[in-house]
Every structure is written in C-alpha cells, then in structure tokens.
Design a protein around this ligand. Structure first.
Ligand code: G1P
Length: 281
C-alpha cells in the first residue's frame, strides 16, 4: 500500500502567514502538521509516499530532506537525542507538482502513475489523527474485509454543512450516497467524511475518464467517488481515536492545546494559563 498527501492548496484561511509558509509546515508543538501524517503512514506500514505540492511550496521538499550539516554537528557532539529529532522519515517520499490549482481530482491525477496497481491511502493534511491503530491502518483493515474504496468518517452530531456527508447503507459498512457540503437540513446523515480515503486502482481510472470529458474549471475527486458509490464499491470506516482539524485557525489552536496537554514540559503552561486567564482551578 502507498500513501499520498494532497498539499498543493493555497491555505487562504491562514493568510497572511501562508504567503510564504506552507500551511502544512505550521507547527503543532515543535513538529509541522504534515509530519504527523507521515508518521501515521509509516506506523501503518506505508513505505512509499507521494506529496502533491506546487511551486510555492518548496519548503516541504526541504523539510523531508536530510540536514547533513546538522547531522555532522550532532554526531561530533555525540547528541543522539538531537540527531533523532532531525532524522528523515522511514519512508521514501516523492514530490509531484500540480502546476495549476484545478481541484482535488486534477491534483490526484498528477500521481496516477505512482498509484498504479495497488490501493493507496490519500490524506488531506488538515486532518490529523491521534490514537491507535493509526488511521491509514484502520482503512486498510476495512479494505482487507471488503475490497472496496474506503472513506474515513466520524459521527458529527452538530452542524455538518462544511463536510462531505455520507448516506450509510443499513449494513453499517456500505456507502450508498454522498453529499459534499449539504445545506443545513439537507444532510443524508451525521456521518461525515474526514480527510482520509483508501482508493482502489479503479478510482484513478475513473478519475482519468472524467478528466477527458471535463470542460474547464476545477475538477474534483467526487467525479470518481460518485461513480464507485453508485456501483456499490465504497465502504466507510468510523474512525477510532481522535481527529484534529488544523484546517482553520480555531481547530489549529485546539490541536496545539491538545498536543501541549499531553506534553509534561508544556502542560504546566496550560494549567497556569487556565488559572490566571480563565479563572479555572
Ligand atoms: C474536504 C472534503 C470533505 C471533507 C473535509 C474533511 O473538504 O471535500 O468531503 O468532509 O475535507 O476535512 P475541505 O475541508 O477541503 O473543504
């Protein structure tokens, strides 16, 4: 199984910082958000990862490269802990550029050759997963049972209008419909898609077929997904664990706070803040 991270977007919700810093490199603690996804992939047994970037995101390539000068310095100084911090991930990472921002379907077509012949987990880097088993492994488990494309979901009891929402079949595993960002009151359920998919090779064939007919403007992954759903070839996987949404500033702050709460060095800062600024004891 291979992994793909769709990271070409502008990150406009984080302007102005994203004029120069890719959204995926904004840190949660001392590590960029995208590193959490690479870790999830590696922990799921994925050894080949493609990251879809764009010309404005060169820093992503640099982040995953080796830092030879620092490595030599830490070796000389015998600083094994610092060496471990800058070690590149235990996966081979390929960077593929999307030359024009023409939608998620177009982005995924850039890695069609990379994806050929086996199931691939696709991650939107806004959605981080905390918990065990790692989310990509959860999707692989459902694929192993069904042989279908798999969408990761969570149950969202509140407003779901900013999500893709699935219509689950009575068997509790098949997706029989999907509505992207339904108007309030028009949602088929409260089972929402989060940014992880396991796509079978057929998904990429359908994507290519749709692209050839596509007139102009943006082209979305939903073209292929809708066809697979109509053929009964999509399953869903209710995510076990916590999902953090770093796609907008409030969710990003929440991810930072939750990360700090788990870090013995940072937790006292949170506790002091809660006492002094929020009046909590
Ligand atoms: C994307 C997907 C949507 C999904 C969401 C999860 O939307 O298109 O189906 O529910 O990610 O984060 P976006 O947030 O990129 O608008």
């Amino acid at each position: 199984m291979k992994g793909i991270i769709v990271a070409a977007g502008y990150g406009t919700r984080f302007l102005p910082v994203t004029k120069t810093v890719p959204k995926e490199l904004l840190p949660v603690g001392t590590r960029p958000a995208i590193a959490f996804i690479v870790d999830e992939f590696v922990a799921s047994g994925i050894e080949e990862i493609a990251i879809i970037t764009s010309r404005r995101k060169k820093a992503l390539d640099d982040y995953f490269d080796r830092e030879v000068e620092l490595e030599e310095l830490f070796m000389r100084e015998g600083k094994a802990d610092k060496l471990a911090l800058i070690a590149p991930p235990k996966a081979h990472i390929t960077f593929v550029r999307q030359a024009q921002m023409r939608g998620t379907g177009h982005a995924l077509l850039q890695v069609r050759a990379f994806a050929a012949g086996q199931p691939c987990v696709v991650a939107y880097p806004d959605d981080l997963h905390v918990g065990s088993p790692p989310l990509a492994a959860q999707l692989a488990e459902v694929y192993g049972r069904t042989g279908k494309t798999v969408m990761a979901t969570i149950h969202e009891p509140g407003d779901v209008s900013r999500y893709g929402v699935i219509d689950p079949a009575g068997d509790g595993i098949t997706v029989k419909g999907f509505v992207e960002k339904p108007a309030k009151g028009r949602e088929p359920s409260h089972e929402v898609s989060i940014g992880r998919y396991l796509y079978t090779p057929e998904f990429f064939d359908l994507l290519d077929e749709g692209w050839k007919k596509h007139g102009g403007g943006e082209y979305f992954h939903t073209y292929a997904l809708d066809r697979l759903i109509a053929a009964g070839k999509v399953a869903f996987c209710r995510t076990v664990g916590e999902r953090l949404d770093t796609g907008e500033p409030a969710g990003y702050l929440d991810a930072i706070l939750r990360n700090a709460a788990e870090d013995p060095g940072l937790r006292p800062v949170l506790e002091r803040f809660a006492r002094e600024k929020l009046g909590l004891h």
